[in-house]
Design a protein. Structure first.
Length: 605
């Protein structure tokens, strides 16, 4: 049997069938627009041949640029199709791996389809992200290792595995979590490697060749594209981006409020992400593998342990206190799902044996009945999750960016924090919206390269320090140095920076906050009239369409917040009826807005 199932066309037909089914499902539900998360930034980097956030994702950026040249659809949709294609191909590759392990097309097809409709896997297949490409490369690597273990005389499998391993590292660093399992396979066949030292030399050379896409980053940075993270111009800069120096090399997320919590809760979330049917079949498959293909049992266990429980343990994300923390963490459940998916096929065979014994039928009948039951589960899961996962009509992020730039006075400086910063950057750099606004991404202001970049691109903006540190080099210094311009803030500036409190006050200006000197007063009626006009031009999303566990909840909060704040101002001067109207308006936008409910309750006492 060759890596793809020999000369027999049946394996190919099966692989094409499951990959096509997944591809059609993903295509129909794929986002046609930008969505929240890293997607807007990754699209911007790919379209402009720039450099994305660490570790730079050069392979994704280059492939994404090719997809941006497709002659149909809006630019975000073209990039989103890269994820659709990668994960559809991943389903086909998983099918081939399961087929090699089981020699059963039915069992392999069930394993592939159960992975395809897994809600987490499905949802992350619908927008431009680096994880679908990571899924594909990991699945190919596992298939190559399985093939080589079965046919050690085929050196090409091992050489290709080393090349794919290097290539995978140029897309996402979590692929390194497969290294212990990779080394286990090498150790299993150490006698062959010791007898052929030249083979190992070739493998290492191909691994290094796979790292070649990293050469893209200094080339791209030297062109000074419109989006250029890190301004790579030296070896130190280059290594700083690759090692994620700004984030902390071994930290997933550094934002306050997101860290801490029980690691057991994170591990439980990982286990639950497999679903009841797939999870049960994986357990059965693991038992079956231990009995009959013990090397693969240990390979899967080692790979899953490092990519799954061990990784989510050290991520230190608090799933209880941060509502969107699970959204951040879920992306890292995909690699463990790829690793364990072939075990589903072995679980189907184990289930078939139980069915055969129970009804005293042939093995073929038992397999057909077990596969049929699993296909029914696939259909039910797909049907029940379709509307919830479908992103084809999601334009929340783009509309929000348009509303922000429609709100801000011309020539203003806009500080943006959090996830929405990338959304606003995309709108400005690729949609040419708000070009007369100086957009400052507050999370990057603490890096020297970004300050230099701002000063070069916006010479009219005065940044009186080399990098922002929230204490001695703070926002007040920037505001003081740019008094002639309107300063606006989208989102929050962070609880640590209180430098504006003494001399400035926050004035609500539609979706934004304008920073006003305390010497300036604005009457309540004037402020309300201005905000009535500004908010009337906004387009808040329908509450039922917002994914509450994602950063879309933050966008919804920004639409509801102005009404709540104006209500507070009215309540403060005793205008209870007017305050009640504004609090109700906030709850119309976001019925789960707790501050507005509490404020209404206080008015009744």
């Amino acid at each position: 049997m060759s890596i793809l199932g020999g000369s027999d066309l049946k394996p190919w037909i099966g692989a094409v069938a499951v990959a096509t089914a997944a591809g059609i499902l993903y295509f129909l539900t794929a986002a046609r627009d930008i969505i929240v998360g890293d997607s807007p930034e990754l699209i911007t980097a790919a379209v402009t041949l720039g450099v994305a956030h660490p570790p730079g994702y050069p392979l994704f950026t280059m492939l994404g640029h090719l997809f941006s040249l497709l002659p149909f659809g809006a630019i975000p949709f073209r990039l989103n199709l890269l994820s659709v294609v990668c994960d559809a191909l991943t389903i086909g590759v998983v099918y081939f791996t399961a087929l090699r392990l089981t020699r059963s097309q039915l069992a392999a097809a069930v394993a592939a389809l159960l992975l395809a409709i897994n809600p987490t896997f499905w949802e992350w297949s619908l927008a431009a992200e680096v994880f679908p490409l990571n899924n594909l490369l990991a699945a190919v690597l596992i298939l190559l290792l399985v093939a080589w273990h079965e046919q050690q005389e085929r050196n090409g499998f091992l050489i290709a595995a080393f090349f794919v391993a290097g290539l995978a590292l140029t897309n996402h660093h979590t692929s390194v979590l497969l290294a212990p399992a990779f080394c286990f396979v090498l150790w299993q066949q150490r006698s062959i490697l010791l007898a052929r030292p030249g083979l190992l030399v070739i493998c290492v050379a191909l691994f290094l060749l796979g790292l070649l896409p990293y050469a893209y980053m200094p080339w791209a940075s030297a062109r000074h594209p419109v989006y250029n993270w890190g301004e790579v111009s030296s070896v130190r800069d280059f290594l700083g981006v690759i090692t994620r120096r700004n984030y902390g090399t071994f930290r997933l997320f550094a934002a306050a409020g997101y860290t801490g919590g029980s690691p057991l809760i994170r591990i439980a979330a990982l286990c639950l992400s497999f679903g009841l049917v797939a999870g049960t079949l994986i357990v059965l498959g693991a038992i079956q593998t231990y009995r009959r293909q013990r090397w693969y049992f240990w390979f899967s266990l080692i790979a899953f342990t490092f990519a799954g429980p061990s990784f989510v343990w050290i991520t230190n994300l608090n799933l209880r206190t941060a509502p969107s923390a699970l959204f951040v963490l879920q992306r890292f459940f995909l690699l463990p799902q790829i690793i364990l998916a072939p075990l589903i096929a072995l679980g189907v065979l184990a289930l078939a044996e139980v069915v055969s014994r129970s009804i005293r039928s042939s093995a073929v009948t038992g397999l057909r009945l077990a596969a049929a039951a699993c296909v029914v589960a696939v259909a039910i899961t797909g049907a029940t999750n379709y509307r919830r996962i479908d992103q084809s009509r999601n334009s929340i992020a783009r509309i929000f960016a348009e509303d922000v730039f429609a709100t801000i006075p011309p020539g203003s400086v806009l500080f943006a924090n959090g996830d929405i910063a990338f959304t606003l950057m995309y709108a400005q750099k690729l949609q040419n919206i708000g070009k007369d606004t100086t957009l400052v991404l507050l999370p990057l202001l603490s890096t020297g390269w970004y300050v230099k970049q701002l000063q070069r691109e916006h010479p009219d903006l005065v940044v009186p320090f080399d990098r922002y540190d929230l204490q001695t080099k703070n926002l007040k210094m920037v505001v003081d140095a740019n008094r002639a311009r309107t300063i606006c803030i989208a989102g929050t500036i962070g609880i640590e920076d209180h430098s504006l409190d003494e001399d400035y006050w926050p004035s609500q200006h539609g979706l934004l906050i304008t920073v006003e000197p305390k010497s300036k007063t604005i009457g309540l009626d004037e402020m309300i009239a201005e905000n009535e006009s500004l908010l009337a031009r906004c387009h808040p999303p329908v509450f039922a369409t917002v994914r509450a566990s994602t950063f879309e909840a933050d966008i919804l909060n920004m639409y509801a917040w102005p009404a709540f704040r104006i209500g507070n101002d009215c309540a403060r001067v005793g205008l209870k009826d007017r305050a009640r109207i504004w609090f109700d308006r906030a709850l119309e936008i976001d019925p789960n807005f707790p501050q507005a409910r509490e404020a209404l309750a206080r008015l009744e006492h």
